[in-house]
Design a protein around this ligand. Structure first.
Ligand code: NAD
Length: 472
């Protein structure tokens, strides 16, 4: 820690280095290592050396070390928050959310247990379902919630007795490197490592013969490549991918409660959260009322300096994503969509530096338009009309994506009936983006494979073994 309570940036020790860009200022951030194939081989070899002893430690021992790591993360709170604001560009209020969840998720995951089960016990045999750690896992992390997503993977891999190599996004390596630096001082050598680098580093890990499991979070496009690459060595794979989440607002919804939450979930993290609301279906009988309330709500969204406590929306995280989001904004004019909030193709007049895009709401575009069918991953969302339940469910489920979806109604029975028909890994009634380390999380269809969190998530880091014993 430096005197002003900011975390030091780790100096590099590789021949080549690279750096992130602060998306709010476009300033270069400090250099970080660029790992080569040789570095990957060395890290995998170190993990393989560590695994035989680490895999035999008790769950309690591993929980104890994870709790120490959670303490160390908490002790470095200011430094981590500073890093997260600089590397992601997220508003400090959103960074506070991510940071607060980090030690909490770590401790909660560490407290879970996957227990052996005796499935047969008769006069002749016992059959016990046991669970063995897989070995060495790679945790591949995206740029939007780097600290919490790396933590969920790291804690799940470690508590189950695996060694873990964290690979941050090239856009946001800093918080992940710091997390692993703290962990390396707590866990035995080789158990926790990090490798940072460019776009070629992920494939070096997914291809590697010495890696047994890949836990990947990122786009569906890359997720398919990861799965194909892992097939060669039959690695275990967990994929947490993109989403196109719906919010279905019923005619009896409590608008005073619904509008602020749905409005927040459209724009939280500038629309760059996999579980942000990306399509809002509103019953036609309350459409105009809902629309007016959402326009009013959006007046309170403040875009600007992420360090400012009053800011709710920061910039797009990187220039490449900024380009993609701008394309979607350009389609507003080209396609003749009606923007009832925002709509400008950029915010350069207000913010000459930084990748800022105005929060934007499109009024009832055609169902087959890009803004309805694609995940923009920016602060732009369509408001759509529905009139009957069967039709709205069909439209909600017409997507290849199936991450999450919510239903908003005062009638909880109706809410559950509709929410349970959504083809998504998470379904919510009168809430959205509810996450808990005890509850499995993941996507249906092209939104993912397998689950993270909860004991179901831990099982993804374990090989089941049926142990038969004959009593004869
Ligand atoms: P991305 O797929 O471009 O990159 C994700 C990670 O994969 C990065 O670390 C990247 O370096 C690495 N990578 C890139 N090519 C690779 C390859 N061929 N093999 C192995 N690794 C490779 O995703 P992104 O742009 O960083 O993140 C945005 C996407 O992530 C969005 O689609 C979003 O919805 C999704 N996401 C999903 C969840 C979830 O839990 N379901 C959470 C956050 C983000």
């Amino acid at each position: 820690m430096t005197a002003d309570n900011k975390l030091d940036w780790t100096p590099s020790s590789t021949a080549k280095t690279r750096h992130g860009i602060n998306p709010a200022t476009e300033e270069a951030l400090p250099e970080v290592p660029v790992a080569t194939q040789e570095d990957v081989d060395k890290a995998v070899a170190a993990a393989r050396r560590a695994f035989p002893a680490w895999g035999k430690t008790s769950w309690d021992e591993r929980e104890n070390l994870l709790n120490k790591l959670a303490d160390a993360v908490e002790a470095n709170a200011d430094g981590f928050k500073d890093i997260l604001v600089k590397e992601t560009g997220k508003a400090i209020s959103t960074v506070e959310m991510e940071f607060a969840s980090t030690p909490r998720f770590m401790r909660a995951l560490a407290s879970l247990r996957v227990k052996d089960q005796v499935l047969v016990d008769d006069d002749e045999h016992t059959a016990t379902l046991r669970h063995m750690p897989l070995g060495v896992g790679a945790a591949i992390v995206p740029w939007n919630w780097p600290l919490l997503l790396a933590t969920a993977k790291l804690a799940s891999g470690l508590i189950t007795g695996n060694c873990v190599i964290v690979k941050p996004s090239p856009f946001t390596p800093y918080s992940n490197l710091k997390l692993v630096e703290l962990a390396a001082g707590i866990f035995p050598p080789g158990v926790v490592q990090a490798l940072s680098g460019g776009d070629d580093l992920g494939p070096m890990l997914t291809e590697h013969d010495g890696i047994d499991k890949v836990s990947f979070t990122g786009s569906s496009f890359t997720g398919k490549k990861v799965m194909a690459s892992c097939a060669r060595t039959l690695k275990r794979v967990t994929l947490e991918l993109g989403g196109n989440d719906v919010a279905i607002v019923c005619d009896d919804a409590d608008l005073a409660k619904t509008v602020p939450v749905v409005g927040t979930m459209c724009f939280l993290g500038s629309g760059q959260i996999c579980m942000d609301v990306k399509r809002v279906y509103v019953h036609e009988s309350i459409y105009d009322k809902f629309k007016a309330a959402l326009i009013e709500f959006s007046k309170h969204i403040k875009m600007g300096d992420p360090n400012d406590a009053g800011t709710t929306v920061g910039p797009i995280q990187n220039e490449m994503q900024y380009g993609k989001v701008r394309e979607m904004y350009e389609a507003i004019k080209a396609e003749g969509w009606s923007a009832i909030v925002g709509g400008q193709t950029d915010a350069r007049d207000q913010f000459p530096k930084g990748f800022f895009m105005q929060p934007t709401i499109i009024d009832n575009p055609p169902e087959n338009s890009r803004i309805v069918q694609e995940e923009p991953f920016g602060p732009i969302v369509p408001l759509l009309k529905w009139s009957n339940e069967e039709d709205v469910l069909k439209r909600a489920n017409a997507s290849k994506m199936g991450l999450g979806g919510s239903v908003w109604t005062k009638d909880l029975e109706r809410g559950q009936r509709l929410a349970s028909q959504l083809e998504s890994g998470s379904s919510w009634v009168n809430c959205h983006f509810k996450l808990d380390p005890r509850v499995p999380f993941g996507g249906a269809k092209w939104s993912g494979l397998g689950r993270e969190l909860g004991t179901t998530g831990l099982e993804g880091w374990l090989e089941p073994q049926s142990l038969w014993v004959s009593k004869l």
